[in-house]
Ligand binder design. Sequence first.
Ligand SMILES: Nc1ncnc2c1ncn2[C@@H]1O[C@H](COP(=O)(O)OP(=O)(O)OP(=O)(O)O)[C@@H](O)[C@H]1O
Length: 578
Amino acid sequence: MMNLKEMFQLSDRGAKDLKKGIFACTLTNLSLMLSVVITVQIFWEVLTPLTGGAVSWSKMWMLFGAGVVAVVIHFLCCKNDYRKTYVSCYTAAEDSRIRIAELVRKFPMSVFNNKDLTELTTNMMGDCASIEHSMSHIVPPLMANAISCTLICICVMFFDWRMGLSIFCTLPISFLIIFGSRKAQERGSQRQVKAKLKASEEEQEYLEGIRIIKSCHLDGERFSKLNDALKDLKKQSIHMELGTSVFISIAQFVLQAGIGITVFVGVHLLTGGSITILPLLLSLVIVCRMYGPILTILTLLPMLFHTLVSTQRMRELASIPVMEGRTDVPIPNHAITFDHVSFAYNKEPVLKDVTATIPEGKITALVGPSGSGKSTMSRLIARFWDVSTGTVKVGGADVKTLDPEYLMGTMSFVFQDVTLFNDTVWNNIKIGNLDATDEQVLAAAKAACCDEFVQRLPEGYNTLLGENGSTLSGGERQRISIARALLKDAPIILLDEATASLDPENEVLIQSAISRLIKGKTVLVIAHRLRTIADADQILVLNNGEIEESGTHADLMAKGGLYQRLYQIQAKSQEWAV
Ligand SMILES: Nc1ncnc2c1ncn2[C@@H]1O[C@H](COP(=O)(O)OP(=O)(O)OP(=O)(O)O)[C@@H](O)[C@H]1O
């Protein structure tokens, strides 16, 4: 049988806290029964004149006093229950979210090809929220009610087994109805979760593409896709709720038939002289008090089944193999080698038997037609993906054996599509090296030609950049990413040159920033504008996943092959005018 930790994908701390929450909730439930017992005693005392006796006021005062103590005990139990339950649920949700975030960091990029970001966001936020809700509002009351009901059931059985049987005889049938419908309820939950994912995906696509939608008048078509997804979500949610409520209602109806049975059996036993009025009274109070928690259990169980669908998805996420490797392998130099490397994202080969060396401290340019595999080569160096055959080595160490974060410590990336965080300019630069001093951050910003445009921003380096730095121009964003790389000061630089034509001023600034960045480093530059790499120490020409030519600019121009053709086409294109 699965334990709580496994069932809800909790950390050790989360499982321990959940047990504490259940214990506290059980105490609260039992403390409530104290007042029931005292109420029955008071009734009994009040009814004494009916049996020819007299009310004992000293006993009555004692019972009132006990009632006040019972209320105080119940209040203290509730307080403890709230504290334990809510601390445990929010701590567990925090642990789960952090664990998923750490897992995601270690996933190979192939995972992101099969899973989109909406699904991961749903895992991180939706599923964790569902577990958070279960741990606060479902599991502790469910378990506590089950424990306290069992204890009370045992006590009642000892007190009078016939009354006990009549109170609880409908219970097994109600539970059978709920458990018997579990598969159907889970299917409903899965369909609802699927519809939720689809709706989130459509919403995200709609919002991200809003500019294209407006400019191309796609409002009707794109909106109808979103509309359909939202309608389906509504339909699945209603089906799920209605499907569940049918079973809950039947189970509750069956359970409440127990009240009639208790009254019937009680009166029968009383008139037959088998019991006195006190056990009958006690049974009636218990049946009224007990059915509340049992009805709650019947309602909470389907919610628990729903949560278990979420935890199953988290279990699947946790079972994806992460990229691991060693951190104690020395990397004595920073030359990079490709040794008979072949690679495919899916079935179609993208790199075919590539063998090449990117020498230490030199600039190697990678050129070739679009889709020839240039970016793929740089991704394999950084171990974003693992090669299918052959080896990629950095400083003689096979990157497949290295821990991805350890490997990443040796290199800096400057991509075309710069990712900026919704934070200040300063913090966006500092991401390159969180241990850098203020002087170092400022020096990197100046060397990357950022200082001048940052000074013009309303709050300088403290200006918030907005989501993905949407307030900056392409050239400014690229300069921030160069400043990050300068700050990181890694020995290997992987540079993806901007394809978008920059204005001459920006281009000069970026070129000068890049020259500072690459000084003395092992550089692999993916070049789109061939004139910028004429001085590279080595140029590798990729075509259709194979290295077709290599040499210096002069060698390749003299050879008259693909490089020369590409160079001439670009030179011609610069003469074009609109
Ligand atoms: N994540 C991915 N999943 C599947 N296929 C991919 C993925 N990334 C790239 N490809 C495919 O691999 C091939 C090589 O892509 P790559 O980005 O390496 O080419 P490139 O030479 O850098 O192109 P460009 O100059 O246009 O940026 C292309 O056919 C592309 O469609």
